[in-house]
Design a protein around this ligand. Sequence first.
Ligand code: PEP
Ligand code: MN
Length: 340
Amino acid sequence: MIVVLKKGISEEESERLKELLRSENYMVKEIQGVEETVLGVVGTIRKDFRHFETLPGVAKVIPISKPYKLVSRELHPEPSVIQVGDVAIGGDRLVVIAGPCAVEERKRTMEIARWVRRCGAVLFRGGAFKPRTSPYSFQGLGEEGLRILAEVREETGLGVVTEMTSPSQADLMVKYVDVVQIGARNMQNFELLKCVGRIGKPVLLKRGLSATIEEWLMSAEYILSEGNERVILCERGIRTFERHTRNTLDLTAVPVVKELTHLPVIIDPSHASGHWKYVIPLAKAAVAVGADGLLVEVHPEPEKAISDGLQSLKPEKFYQLMEDLTFLERAVRKEGRIAP
Ligand code: PEP
Ligand code: MN
């Protein structure tokens, strides 16, 4: 529920009220607006709402109508901007995250990182723990892959994004990574969600293969309910009856999610389409529809890539994409520039 505080409430009175609510096991989040200050009060609410209106300092109480609370716009009307080092996700500029599907070896990874940076990407992606459909497929380099990512950051200054597949990797993520990715297959792995909520690093939460928008937002709610508000949603295509492409990109999710939540939303055109040929048109559509950023797979020799080669852009294609986006951004956004 949203507890609207009385105008002119003293600091002391407001602290007393928050203390009282916390002592009843509610999570309390203060939001100071221009007109009024409100408290977002989340937890199992057993009492009648009118009870809360009788508490000192309370002007009125508004129930939050959605099952997700902390991620909802009702509680947090302003869009959230997630800061990763110098990079602001959800601000005025489009954020492009690029890199290979998996970290394969040091030299190649470094080469891709230098290239995507030169083209204007501001964060680097690469999987070290790969959730594969087959147990016989390459599972990633593990900690060695994370070490390579840390070297990428050291050399290029790009923050690194990588997938976490188990709570047992938490310490490694804290040590090496800037943004923790939760993959589509793990979107409803609730123990993993609680774990990334506690780690406190920004989280890139992919939409599950067959997840509704509400289920996706409930997963984000898990992370925020553990105290981590830095969540970036990533639409990566959903399963439909259409088999021509790997998945079907749900572009509608962007304006819908922006209406329902304050969290930034980015698009992954690589996993959405499964083929490099469609990545550029889908990326442009994502920008036009108002996505805050893109997650794009890039590989210099896609035919040799250990995973997702077919959907990876060659460096020159990635360059072309970034050129096209610069023009498109100018038409779509105020600032007309790609971050930072
Ligand atoms: C990835 O980003 O490489 C990946 C495995 O993505 P998803 O979880 O969306 O399939
Ligand atoms: Mn991939």
